[in-house]
Design a protein around this ligand. Structure first.
Ligand code: GUN
Length: 283
């Protein structure tokens, strides 16, 4: 059996079109401001993609670029300005930040109602408690891919490989909210391959190229690969050894063209949601 390939590019294009259509009907223009500190080349590429996608969807998108040696206080001042800016509905500070800046302090300074990354403790708590809030874009995108692939989560064994604040932890909370039986596995997990093999749904978010092998996957399982790793030879691969897993999985996401495009599409949706909720709040 060859796995069904879950086409994130197509699902993301559909979502972007839906968001753009909803924005076109609004009596106002949602605004997104992305803050980029320093000159990390990968971050610059991501920020440009976010900016372009937002503009294409009809969002008023702006990028604030700050020098790598920007003092933390100046960044906090900028966030305070954006918190008060009526044209900014969503604020995204691109990570990683330079080492001299405390990323936690910066995230906590963002108005939770404008936190379109869903990283502020108020949004983290809302997700953990099953209350409405802004949900981190990558795990939100994975949930949409699972839904699109027709995966039944209620009662399913879901395993999240990785425990980062950006992906692993919020991913586990979303799967739990969808009534899956959730395991979070990580570098200290005993017999990782055996844990993975038990899963009906495996979400790989380790940042280790091609770590998940075919014999880690239960026959017919759904495999979602969140990893994007650049190999020394220039190839882009996920956290899953894709080619060998194709004959084992029931459904699988490719890299590139799987989860990646969903992250940006969900950022646009979060910006739209934040814009609507903020205006409802001031009515
Ligand atoms: N760096 C890598 N992924 C992300 C993300 O989802 N949001 C932000 N702000 N920075 C990132």
């Amino acid at each position: 059996m060859t796995a069904r390939i879950v086409d994130g590019k197509a699902v993301a294009a559909d979502l972007r079109a839906v968001v753009a259509a909803r924005i076109a009907m609004l009596p106002f223009v949602p605004g997104l401001t992305v803050v980029l500190v320093g000159d990390d080349p990968a971050s610059a590429v991501y920020v440009r993609s976010k900016d372009r996608a937002a503009k294409d969807a009809g969002i008023l998108a702006r990028t604030v670029r700050m020098a790598a040696d920007t003092p933390q206080s100046a960044l906090l001042d900028e966030i305070a300005r954006l918190n008060a800016d009526p044209e900014t509905d969503g604020i995204l500070v691109q990570l990683p930040l330079p080492a001299h800046i405390d990323a936690e302090a910066v995230i906590q300074a963002i108005d939770p109602a404008k936190d379109v990354d869903g990283f502020h403790p108020a949004n983290v708590a809302a997700l953990a408690m099953g209350r409405p809030g802004l949900v981190p874009c990558t795990p939100a995108g994975v949930m949409k891919l699972l839904q699109h692939a027709g995966v039944v989560l209620s009662g399913a064994r879901a395993l999240v490989l990785g425990r980062s604040s950006i992906v692993g932890r919020p991913m586990a909370a979303l799967l739990l909210a969808a009534d899956a039986t959730v395991t979070i596995a990580h570098s200290r997990t005993r017999d990782l391959p055996a844990e993975c093999r038990r899963a009906d749904v495996l979400i790989a978010a380790t940042g280790r190229p091609e770590m998940v092998k075919a014999d880690w996957i239960g026959a017919g399982a759904t495999v979602i690969d969140v990893g994007i790793n650049r190999l020394p030879d220039g190839r882009l691969v996920g956290d899953v050894a894709y080619a060998e897993c194709l004959d084992r999985a029931g459904a699988i996401t490719p890299v590139p063209g799987g989860v990646g495009p969903m992250t940006i599409a969900c950022l646009l949706e979060n910006t739209l949601e934040a814009a609507i909720r903020r205006r409802q709040a001031v009515l």
